[in-house]
Ligand binder design. Structure first.
Ligand SMILES: O=C(O)c1ccccc1N[C@@H]1O[C@H](COP(=O)(O)O)[C@@H](O)[C@H]1O
Length: 598
């Protein structure tokens, strides 16, 4: 992941704002940002211990440089003058040598540097750096310098740093003027720059390593490693192939019935008395939920890989039905593992899967719910891996599953983004989606991640309450561990035993959460809250009667939280709820549980 340096710091609050960066810089050279060694020593105390402290010098003596190294103390030195090689070699900490890049001759000089790192910058104006000017990054193309030694600077800002990283793939990016307003560092711009730079390089890193920050990975038995790697390569190729994308989008349109409307909820808006409420109607998809977006994409991929047998797990049955549906459509053999408890709760969906030609295997182990169904599906995959594709139903599992499922579900957020601009001429203020494993939520949120002004709220299930042991609130109560091939947050005992999750909604009672969600929670981009069984059931009634749409129990969690969020919002704001599915599958539960509430 590309590292980030914030340079020219002069005030403690700005050093604190740069806490998420990898390095901070103090300018000791002639500059409007110049600080004394004593000032820098005071400022450095506000930075986390693992952040590099870099001193910027122009033609200073070795003695002055080493005094600053000792007294601040500095961990690296950046030279912007005409320092001789001998000085570069004599400095006691790693050295960054700066080069102004005007033409290819300047770029060719980089490889002759004996410094640990080379920094490329636009030519200085008033001083020897920090001009805020951008140079032509394409001049680096023939420069023959290892990108692991390359630091890119010069006129970077939150708006262009992603492009700079994409074009030059540097070890680090360095900014000074671009995070200032009226010549003074700006806290908001510093945090935005770090988020943008890290966000983009995080994306590149996940494509390569399968990790979202520390979450994700490929924690699978040796027997599955070959299949997982094969899938990774096949998906990367398919994703980049316009013919695959065309085929996928044609089926979404012609078979699933997309695009789905973004419906203005007039009566709900009036009843809640706050923001304008819009509903993203995944309930209108063929088979009744968002799950088909992913099932379709993975089935096409499986066929592209020459695999005509599919294994899947299901909780509420929606993913099982979606999988059985695409298997019928493409004449694929289909085995679905489902917990015995879920089979009892979702008899209608079990029948639908069978009618569609799937074999439904009842799982009696453990809590006989979704996590046990995933265990069994993974076991089945291990023994049938040569000719079988595991069509996982949420943004879970070993890489590339979380990325692939997110990509196939991103159609939800992409449509929403376009539609809300058509309706309102701008982006919404808040978006809510329910979270079990997290596939409808990540599909909805992903296209909005870079729109900082849009609040993103994931709603998990607190079942009978967070203070009981009957909940599925992984974000609120979970700890870090490995489940189903990925490092994530999960509900587990102190000794690492995975705990049973509970929710009235079979689609939310998974004890883990997709790795990208865990990462988004850690960096504070998405808020995660929890709604109880009783609150969700109450929302089913309100929503059905006000909008004439009977929602799935999963979606009702997002609706219930939306009512709470709406209370904090005003009439000129906009809120979007992802209605991930329709409630037909939940009729038995509604009939049993709504007495007295209805
Ligand atoms: O920031 C300064 O004032 C400065 C003065 C003298 C030498 C280097 C200086 N800063 C470095 O210049 C580059 C680019 O900064 P900007 O983003 O274009 O303002 C960066 O490496 C700073 O460390």
């Amino acid at each position: 992941m590309t590292k980030v340096k914030i340079c020219g710091l002069m005030e403690p609050q700005h050093v604190k704002a740069a806490a998420g960066a990898d390095a901070i810089g103090f300018v000791f050279a002639p500059s409007k940002r110049r600080v004394s060694i004593e000032q820098a020593a005071g400022l450095a105390k506000h930075a986390p211990a693992d952040v590099e402290r870099i001193g910027v010098f122009v033609n200073a003596s070795l003695e002055d440089i080493e005094r600053a190294v000792r007294e601040v103390p500095l961990t690296m030195v950046q030279l912007h003058g005409d320092e001789p090689d001998e000085l570069v070699r004599s400095i006691s900490v790693p050295v960054i040598q700066a080069f102004s890049i005007r033409n290819t001759e300047d770029a060719a000089r980089l490889k002759g540097s004996g410094a640990d790192f080379v920094l490329v910058d636009a030519p200085g104006t008033d001083y020897r750096g920090g001009s805020g000017h951008v140079f032509d990054w394409s001049l680096l193309e023939g420069a023959d310098i290892e990108t692991s030694r390359l630091i890119v600077a010069g006129g970077l800002n939150p708006g262009n740093v992603n492009a700079a990283i994409r074009q030059t793939a540097p070890y680090m990016v360095d900014v000074s003027s671009g995070v200032e307003t009226d010549g003074r560092k700006d806290t908001m711009k510093i945090t935005e720059f770090i988020r943008k730079a890290k966000g983009d390089s995080m994306q590149q890193a996940v494509e390569k390593t399968g990790f979202f920050g520390k979450y994700g990975g490929q924690f699978v038995p040796e027997t599955l490693m070959k299949a997982v790697k094969e899938l990774e390569d096949a998906y990367a190729e398919a994703k980049a192939d316009p013919a695959f994308q065309e085929e996928y989008h044609t089926y979404l349109k012609e078979y699933v019935g997309r695009e789905q409307p973004l419906t203005f909820a007039k009566r709900l808006t009036e009843a809640w008395g706050g923001p304008k409420v819009y509903l993203k109607r995944e309930d209108l998809n063929h088979t009744g939920a968002h799950k088909i977006n992913n099932a379709l994409g993975q089935a096409l991929l499986a066929m592209r890989m020459g695999k005509r047998k599919i294994v899947a797990e299901t909780g509420a049955g929606q993913h099982g039905v979606a999988t059985a549906t695409v298997c019928a459509l493409f004449d694929l053999e289909c085995v679905i593992f489902m917990g015995e408890e879920d089979i009892k709760r979702q008899q209608l969906n079990v029948f639908r899967m069978k009618l569609l030609g799937a074999r439904v295997e009842s799982v009696t182990k453990g809590s006989a719910t979704l996590k046990d169904a995933v265990n069994e599906a993974l076991r089945y995959w291990v023994t049938n891996v040569e000719d079988t594709h595991y069509l996982i139903g949420s943004a879970l599992g070993p890489h590339p599953f979380p990325t692939m499922v997110r990509d196939f579900q991103s159609v939800i957020g992409e449509e929403t983004r376009r539609q809300i601009v058509e309706h309102e001429g701008r982006l919404p203020d808040a978006i809510l989606a329910c979270v079990g494993g997290g596939s409808n939520a990540i599909g909805m949120f992903y296209p909005f991640l870079k729109d900082e002004a849009v609040r993103l709220i994931g709603v998990e299930a607190s079942g009978e309450g967070l203070d009981t042991d009957k909940h599925a609130a992984t974000m609120s109560k979970g700890t870090e561990g490995v489940l189903h091939g990925a490092f994530m947050k999960l509900l587990q005992s102190e000794s690492g035993q995975v705990l049973e999750a509970h929710s009235v909604s079979a689609g939310l009672d998974y004890p883990g959460i997709g790795p990208e969600h865990a990462y988004l929670a850690d960096i504070g981009r998405v808020e995660y809250v929890a709604i109880t069984d009783a609150e969700a059931l109450e929302a089913v009634v309100t929503f059905s009667r006000l909008e004439g749409i009977i929602p799935a129990l999963e979606s009702a969690h997002a609706i219930s939280q939306a009512e709470k969020t709406a209370k904090e919002m005003s009439a000129d704001e906009i809120l979007v709820i992802c209605v991930s599915g329709r409630g037909d599958k939940d009729m038995a539960t509604y009939a049993e549980r709504l007495e007295g509430l209805a």
